[in-house]
Design a protein around this ligand. Structure first.
Ligand SMILES: [Zn+2]
Ligand SMILES: [Zn+2]
Length: 259
């Protein structure tokens, strides 16, 4: 038996000895969910089957324009019922799931409690989604939506988008930079604003500090939640003006309620 054949058995044995607990409900992971590779024992994070299917539907129809998970295939040639009227400047969008139910609760919990571990675990779920899409395979660089220094100060350094990107980087190998795109104006929380106000709130909010690192590159742009798409659109425009060839956005959750 080769080492490659032995490793899954070693992982299963470790699972039996030290079953990981589900990050959501805390139950011990089911060892029947056999890992496919040695490293997946850590990558899987021990989500139980019940929670995993709620937060990360495996075979759902997805809108590639706005990242919404759809109850049925979209009747529109571009986009879905939530986004077909919108012209997003990015090329493609990926999410774990819609901003609803258990995933919404976990994102809120991670942010309110500044829970680095939980946000990292959610980031690793996003990495699995990113790796599924061949459109992301030629990504050169990952950029997380920056947070203004005033907000970083009040959040005591907790930065959800950067934490997610760091974990996606570990699992995909796509290098992450927090130094290329910067926040140049303090913005209000988008969740409290109307769609029109969201667009105005983020207008001219970002600047590209190192355009030479962007020219001709395929960028993966990371954030925790995308609602109207205003933040991701504004950041994409800045990256395009700096010379980015392709911009794909990837978020933990896609909220469609105000679109
Ligand atoms: Zn669970
Ligand atoms: Zn859509």
């Amino acid at each position: 038996m080769s080492i490659k054949e032995k490793l899954p058995k070693v992982a299963d044995a470790l699972r039996l000895l030290f079953p990981p607990n589900c990050p959501s409900c805390g139950v011990e992971s089911d060892c029947e969910q056999s890992s496919q590779s040695f490293f997946s024992i850590w990558q899987a994070d021990g989500w139980c089957q019940d929670c995993r299917v709620q937060i990360d539907p495996q075979n759902s129809d997805r809108c590639l324009h706005c990242a919404a998970v759809l109850a049925q295939p979209s009747p529109y040639t571009r986009g879905c019922a939530s986004c077909y009227r919108q012209q997003f400047p990015f090329d493609f969008a990926v999410s774990v799931h819609n901003y609803q139910g258990l995933l919404r609760d976990l994102v809120i919990q991670a942010k309110n409690k500044r829970d680095d571990t939980l946000m990292a675990q959610l980031g690793r779920l996003l990495a699995h989604q990113i790796k599924k899409h061949p459109q992301t395979a030629d990504s050169d660089l990952m950029i997380s939506i920056p947070s203004h220094w005033k907000r970083r100060f009040f959040s005591k350094g907790f930065h959800a988008a950067a934490l997610i990107a760091q974990n996606v980087e570990k699992m995909t190998g796509i290098p992450h930079s927090q130094r290329i795109l910067c926040s140049v104006k303090p913005t209000l929380k988008q969740g409290t604003l109307s769609r029109t106000a969201r667009l105005e709130n983020v207008r001219n909010a970002f600047a590209c500090k190192h355009p030479k690192r962007i020219v001709g590159r395929n960028i993966l742009l990371i954030d925790d939640v995308m609602t109207s798409g205003a933040t991701m659109s504004e950041a994409t425009k800045v990256l395009r003006r700096a010379g980015a060839k392709k911009v794909i956005v990837a978020v933990i959750a896609r909220a469609t309620s105000v679109d």
